[in-house]
Design a protein around this ligand. Structure first.
Ligand SMILES: Nc1ncnc2c1ncn2[C@@H]1O[C@H](COP(=O)(O)OP(=O)(O)O)[C@@H](O)[C@H]1O
Ligand SMILES: [Mg+2]
Length: 250
């Protein structure tokens, strides 16, 4: 299993991608093969992912099926929108793709370097922005000089350098969202999974976000974005909708 750090890049692995979770290995991986990363559409692939949550306590215990065999594929240099009604399972699927949550069945293959920006920023109140970037740099096993260079570029492009020495508890929601995104981008991952990344962004930052996304596409990186805004839809190469627990092309 490839462990994943929240907000960030998976930290271990070999050059080739392999199934990320093995809970139902006996069934799910029958006939499965290692991703062929020479193929443009084999950057990230999910097959037959199912997930149910258990709610309540006996005798009122019930099972809520959320994903019922979702398939998804991401190609190199593609920006894909993941849409669906509230509660359709977008965040659940993202957590499974990044390895933060186990599926009940199915399989996920991905290249090793996957960045993740969770819907709820998971930040440490007592640490500053600089300390977060430094900490995540260590988690990604980055060279300290590369962490400094990448941090400076992210502060400049997202426009929050003046908050670099401030603790998270002092930051506005918008600045926390910028830090959340910066942490996911720090190690320049091949695949970026963003769960409603711009809630709280002002208009300039929102536009800057799309410029950054376009730069990643041009560099052959892939981005999967959970989005609610209809106006965003023209910015995606394609849209995938979660409906009745399955992923359908739109
Ligand atoms: N940890 C959990 N325990 C129980 N139910 C959950 C849990 N996480 C999510 N759910 C439920 O699963 C459904 C899908 O949630 P989610 O993946 O967050 O949807 P979306 O991101 O599309 O709004 C919702 O009905 C939600 O209430
Ligand atoms: Mg969600």
């Amino acid at each position: 299993m490839t462990p994943a750090t929240t907000n960030g890049t998976t930290t271990e692995g070999t050059a080739s991608a392999r199934p990320r979770f093995d809970k139902s290995a006996a069934v799910a991986y029958e006939g499965a093969r290692v991703l062929d990363t020479r193929s443009a559409c084999q950057v990230l692939r999910a097959q037959g992912v199912t997930k149910s949550y258990r709610r309540g306590v006996w005798p009122r215990r019930r099972v809520l099926p959320v994903l019922r065999g979702a398939d998804l594929e991401l190609c190199a240099g593609e920006v894909v929108g993941l849409v669906g009604e509230n509660g359709s399972g977008k965040s659940t699927l993202m957590k499974i793709l990044v390895g933060a949550l186990d599926a009940d069945a199915g399989a996920v293959w991905a290249v090793d370097r996957v960045g993740y920006c969770p819907q709820e920023p998971l930040l440490y109140d007592r640490l500053t922005c600089d300390e977060h970037l430094e900490l995540f740099g260590v988690a990604y096993a980055m060279d300290p000089a590369a962490v400094v260079a990448a941090s400076e570029a992210l502060y400049a492009s997202l426009g929050f350098a003046r908050w670099r020495g401030a603790r998270v508890e002092e930051l506005s929601g918008g600045t926390r969202a910028k830090l959340n995104l910066a942490l996911a981008l720090l190690s320049d991952p091949d695949v970026l999974l963003l769960d409603e990344p711009y809630a709280g962004f002002d208009w300039d930052t929102y536009l800057r976000f799309w410029e950054l996304t376009a730069e990643r596409r041009a560099a052959g990186r892939s981005v999967l974005v959970v989005s609610h805004f209809v106006t965003d839809h023209e910015r995606f190469d394609r849209l995938v909708e979660l409906r009745d627990g399955k992923a359908v092309s739109r």
